[in-house]
Design a protein around this ligand. Structure first.
Ligand code: G6P
Length: 633
């Protein structure tokens, strides 16, 4: 949710900032802007809409400035107009600020500043910051504190002490052209170390083309970047000793590599994600005959799993769907009652806990504000209770260096690699793999399933990568053809039952997100209790029908839809008999055990959504109104 980037060094800053913002556009694209310092002035250029609008404007401006900050916005306070675009400046146009997050007390700060005669040009919460810094600079005692590295740093530090909320900020001033200040308070910010050049950014893809030596700031830290190096301080102004580490990310990993969209590339990366997860989570030499210890290696001490009575999972969006599959696995395999809650709901009405309740937060980005707040609340309500309560917190994330990684000591890393498309695909598959590993581990610990059954499941999982490859190969053309027919459709229904009900939800969400077609996912058995009234020849129904506990039921529910003239699309391994008769179109998948099927059934649904959106000529990777990482409530 909003991306910020900063540069100080020996090269022209503008292109570096633009390239960085391009990699951060997944965080929002309502407007963009950059500020550089040239010939003693701040040069601030902003444009409504996507980055290319800003690029066009900048073509007319020549600035060899070697310092700058940039921002790509997802509008929170104030409409997506140019006057609300960042950077925001003080009255004298000497100080420029970019911010990601929310300044919760901005109204009172704004009133205080207005009373002193400050005039506001935008509706944003951010604009209070440059005015406050200007005010603070005016009132700074002279000489400044001996402990402070510079008056600019000191002025910014004093202002940070007045701000409430969750934010990451970068600031520069024409009066201090060799300093860039970066601040982190509950919104991500990483510092990059190059040769005589230094960076800050909301996320590593923005800087990986220039350096792999990075230092993620912690909450309550601020960095002073100069052409000579980087100093890190806490908000009290105490200098901290911090070392950068090497990033395991190459610039090509954040390129499209010949695919038309990141989303398509990421769909095709899924077999590799499953293979990486299998290698990491499951012990290669474990067999039922030699079942010494758990077949799973999650690198989590067993303490949090002992005497487990209940699991509650909090998540948002696609992660919530993965959690629903997780619930099925945890209950059916490990026999542990599991609840899945929207983080945004849970935080205001949490379920009661016992000492033996494990709370799991699932978030691919590790930055979703609601999930973080739910976990922070959970952590707090467990504090002061016996140790058993306190240890039972677990995070599942694709970004272990994220805020979630800082907050929760026990993490299962999902192994999707960086995902750029706003609609989650490979991170969803990676989350499913984490849940398979967790459920198998707990089933082993709880002894709810025989070692032979566990071996059967693990062997089945090992076949999945090549089944996904086969599905991708056979479905690419099929879904593209279907997309042709559905490009003008306005409503879609997705049906699934049991372990595939969450996949129906996910299929509908994917379609909504990127094609803007209204779509709903239902447990197939619920259709007759209302949604069936929506059906007619104009509303296609996608049904997930996998042999197992509910196959016949789904087929009957599909019949009911067919009787209302809906065009029926079947995601199923059964291509003959009744299935062939009912379904107008088939999206065939391999015949795998029902328990493993979600990893396969979701693939055609991802492809269908992708091709419909592409056919409609929409911006698949950056759908309107969405952001990949939602760092506001
Ligand atoms: C946003 C994204 C969704 C994502 C959700 C949760 O809404 O657009 O694709 O599923 O956030 O994100 P998380 O990072 O917590 O998994």
């Amino acid at each position: 949710m909003c991306g910020i980037v900063g540069y100080i060094g020996t090269q022209a800053a503008t292109e570096i900032l633009l390239a960085g913002l391009e990699k951060l556009e997944y965080r929002g694209y309502d407007s963009a802007g950059i500020a550089t310092i040239w010939e003693g002035e701040v040069n601030c250029i902003r444009a409504k809409g996507k980055l290319h609008n800003l690029r066009s404007k900048l073509e007319l401006v020549e600035s060899p400035s070697q310092i700058g900050i940039g921002h790509t916005r997802w509008a929170t306070h104030g409409k997506p107009e140019e006057r609300n675009a960042h950077p925001h400046m003080d009255a004298t146009l000497r100080i420029a600020v970019v911010q990601n997050g929310i300044i919760e007390n901005y109204r009172e700060l704004r009133e205080e500043l207005k009373a002193k005669g400050y005039v506001f040009r935008s509706d944003t919460d951010t604009e209070v910051i440059p005015h406050l810094i200007a005010e603070s600079l005016k009132n700074l005692p002279s000489p400044t504190l001996a402990t402070s590295p510079s008056p600019f740093f000191e002025a910014v530090r004093q202002v940070v002490g007045k701000l409430q909320g969750a934010f990451a900020i970068a600031v520069l001033s024409a009066d201090f052209p060799d300093e860039l200040i970066a601040i982190r308070q509950q919104a991500p910010l990483v510092i990059g170390f190059g040769q005589g050049e230094f960076f800050c950014a909301s996320d590593t893809p923005a800087i990986v083309s220039y350096t792999r030596a990075v230092l993620p700031l912690d909450n309550g830290e601020m960095a002073r970047l100069t052409p000579l190096g980087v100093e890190v301080y806490d908000f009290a102004g105490i200098r901290l000793k911090k070392q950068p580490r090497l990033l395991n990310l190459s610039p090509t990993m954040v390129e499209k590599q010949g695919f038309k969209h990141f989303m398509l590339k990421e769909i095709y990366e899924q077999p590799g994600v499953v293979r990486a997860s299998l290698d990491a989570y499951f012990k290669a030499d474990w067999t039922a005959a030699n079942a010494e210890g758990s077949p799973v290696n999650l690198n989590i001490d067993g303490e949090i799993f002992s005497d487990l009575e209940q699991i509650q999972i909090v998540a948002c969006g696609t992660s919530w769907h993965a959690a629903l599959v997780g619930k099925y696995l945890l209950e059916q395999l490990a026999g542990i009652p599991t609840q899945v809650q929207y983080a945004s709901e849970f935080r205001y009405a949490p379920s009661p806990i016992t000492a033996n309740t494990l709370t799991i937060g699932v978030t691919q980005s590790g930055e979703t504000a609601d999930t973080l707040a739910a976990l922070a609340m959970e952590k707090e309500r467990r504090q002061g209770k016996e140790a058993k309560y306190q240890v039972r917190l677990l995070g599942i994330t694709n970004r272990p260096e994220s805020s979630l990684g800082h907050m929760v000591p026990r993490i299962i890393n999902t192994l999707a690699g960086i995902e750029i498309g706003v609609a989650a695909t490979k991170t969803f598959i990676a989350q499913l793999m984490a849940f398979y590993a967790l459920a198998v581990d707990l089933a082993y610990r709880q002894k709810t399933v025989t070692p032979e059954k566990l071996e059967y499941i693990i062997n089945g999982l090992r076949q999945i990568p090549k089944e996904i490859e086969a599905t991708l190969e056979s479905q690419e053309k099929l879904t593209e053809l279907l997309a042709h027919d559905f490009a003008e459709t306005t409503d879609f229904i997705f049906l699934g039952r049991g372990i595939n009900f969450p996949i129906a939800l996910e299929g509908a969400l994917k379609l909504k997100e990127i094609s803007y077609i209204h779509a709903e996912g239902y447990p197939a058995g619920e259709m007759k209790h209302g949604p069936i009234a929506l059906l007619d020849a104009k509303v296609p129904v996608v049904a997930i029908a996998v042999p197992g506990s509910v196959y016949e039921k789904v087929i009957s529910n599909s019949q009911e839809a067919k009787a209302r003239d809906s065009r029926l699309i079947g995601v199923t391994p059964i291509e003959d008999g009744e299935a062939a008769e009912i379904f107008n179109d088939l999206l065939p998948i391999a015949n795998v055990d029902e328990l493993l099927s979600p990893i396969l059934t979701v693939i055609p649904l991802q492809l269908l959504a992708y091709h419909i959106a592409a056919r409609r000529g929409l911006d698949v990777d950056q759908p309107r109104n969405l952001a990949k990482s939602v760092t506001v409530e």
